[in-house]
Design a protein around this ligand. Sequence first.
Ligand code: OFO
Length: 170
Amino acid sequence: MKNAVETALNQQISKEFFSAYLYLSMAAFFERLSLGGFAHWMRLQYEEELTHAIKLYDFLVDNDGQVELQAIAKPPSEFGTPVEIMEAALDHEKEITASINALYETAAKENEYPTQIILQWFISEQAEEEKQVGDIVAQLKMVGGDGPALLLMDSQLAGRTLQAETDPAN
Ligand code: OFO
């Protein structure tokens, strides 16, 4: 595997772990707001990000790449209102999308075909995640300061399961 691609894949692994860390911190903050459904949704997001990191780790191992794990930055522990938290999550997903796209471009430039194939999965996954988080942001904006509507959203998000990317609740 070409060095530039190996380095970028290792960097992406640490970004996926940071995403997990960030969402776990957001989950804890939602618990403090007594919004257990949002906290549950974020905790599953944390678990999903771990699977993304491991997918890339396995890919490196299986393709003669060298894994070099890196430091994971400390995420914030204080956030704002529910809409501000979900907007921060959306901004973060957009950064991850840009990172995946840049990694894909590197793999294409280096003619690393297997890497391009696995990254196509990540490109689709990012589109799905941006849509899901964007929908939650839009709904929170509709709800505004309406407590009962926020609690209804909270109970809907409590029903999220991890089973599949095809499940619209995920
Ligand atoms: Fe939030 O998605 Fe990983 O890549």
